[in-house]
Design a protein around this ligand. Structure first.
Ligand SMILES: NC(=O)c1ccc[n+]([C@@H]2O[C@H](COP(=O)([O-])OP(=O)(O)OC[C@H]3O[C@@H](n4cnc5c(N)ncnc54)[C@H](OP(=O)(O)O)[C@@H]3O)[C@@H](O)[C@H]2O)c1
Length: 323
């Protein structure tokens, strides 16, 4: 296990985007670190407004920041709102990174996603695959912004010696996920479809595309645990993949979700909808070498996500924004 390079105990830690799925999980995870957690609502600080971000950081002066705020969505939302997916994400990360440098924040972790990698990157995708090929067109707006976020952290480290790091999680799911059918990711979309079909006594559910693409999934509490781990032990300019290290087909995932939900009807394919990248599994080697591995199985995690949905612990983000 690598040694701790940044101790969170006694520190002021700002979780930007705490109302989101990942930000919420990081806040829960930080409860056992002995730090003071700072949060800000969009009403107080619109992260797209530079002067609001600078004023908030000047006043609150955290020691560390988790950048879990972003405009997030699935294929439909990315395709429909390219301007916002590029602009909002570029501007909010630039505002936070620059202001963090200005007020002397000691450590910052920027969250990106696996969409930063080329569409046809060799599998499993190693961190070095970044910028070696063309992106998946359906989410390139978001990906370009996230790549810029990694580069911002690297540039401020290189020029000013800031200890700013980046983590690239795989597909996440869990409590607080977005269940709006137009902007949700695949797990909440399928959980909702299976649930609604069960409730309605329907004979089938429809899955986008062929169901053959392979994807990797991680429970958001595992992701939060990995982010806190990286914050404590990692200090380098290369971004770190955060994943489970295993993948399954969308069809297998759908079957598992139907089991968890208790829906026993048929699975029908809507072939007019895009598949996206054929396979996306990130290499977990760097994170494993840093002493971290996931602890929540996919089946247990999906059951937990469904329980959260039934308990009302979810969001409905129209266009990726909170309703
Ligand atoms: N979900 C996944 O599967 C996944 C996978 C890989 C990586 N990630 C990464 O994890 C991060 C968080 O994702 P998430 O799923 O937690 O997203 P989310 O649930 O949509 O939460 C995003 C958060 O960002 C806040 N936010 C967005 N724009 C803002 C603005 N202009 N001013 C203030 N707050 C703003 C939102 O505030 P409101 O609540 O006010 O809307 C919300 O709290 C992202 O960087 C994403 O790339 C997520």
């Amino acid at each position: 296990m690598p040694s701790t390079v940044f101790d969170l105990a006694g520190k002021k830690v700002w979780v930007a985007g705490h109302r989101g799925m990942v930000g919420g999980a990081i806040v829960r995870r930080l409860a056992s670190e002995g730090c003071e957690v700072l949060v800000s609502s969009r009403k107080d600080v619109d992260l797209r407004r530079q002067e609001e971000v600078e004023a908030w950081l000047e006043k609150n002066r955290p020691d560390a920041i988790f950048v879990a705020a972003a405009k997030v969505g699935g294929i439909f939302a990315n395709n429909s709102y390219p301007a916002e997916f590029l602009y909002d994400n570029l501007i909010l990360e630039a505002n936070i990174v620059h202001a963090a440098h200005k007020v002397g924040v000691k450590k910052l972790l920027f969250l990106g996603s696996s969409c930063i990698y080329p569409k046809f990157a060799d599998q499993p995708i190693v961190e070095e695959a970044l910028l070696t090929g063309a992106l998946e067109p359906t989410n390139e707006w978001y990906a370009i912004a996230k790549i810029a976020g990694i580069k911002l952290c690297q540039a401020y480290r290189k020029q000013y010696g800031c200890d700013f790091i980046s983590a690239m999680p795989t597909n996440l799911y869990g409590p607080g996920d977005n269940f709006d059918l137009n902007s949700s990711h695949v797990v909440p979309a399928l959980l909702r479809k299976a649930h609604d079909a069960k409730e309605a006594g329907a004979s089938s559910i429809t899955v986008w595309g062929t169901g053959t693409p392979r994807r990797e999934f991680l429970h958001v509490d595992d992701c939060a645990d990995a982010c806190v781990h990286l914050m404590k032990v990692y200090s380098d300019d290369v971004h770190v993949n955060v994943g489970s290290g295993t993948d399954i087909t969308i069809l297998e995932l759908t079957g598992l979700i139907c089991e968890v939900v208790g829906f026993s009807g048929d699975i029908v394919h809507d072939l007019s909808k895009p598949d996206g990248t054929p396979r996306k599994l990130m290499s977990a080697d760097r994170l494993r070498a840093l002493g971290w591995a996931p602890s929540i199985s996919l089946r247990d995690g999906l059951a937990d996500a469904y329980k959260a949905f039934l308990g009302g612990n979810y969001a409905e983000r129209v266009q990726g924004n909170a309703a």
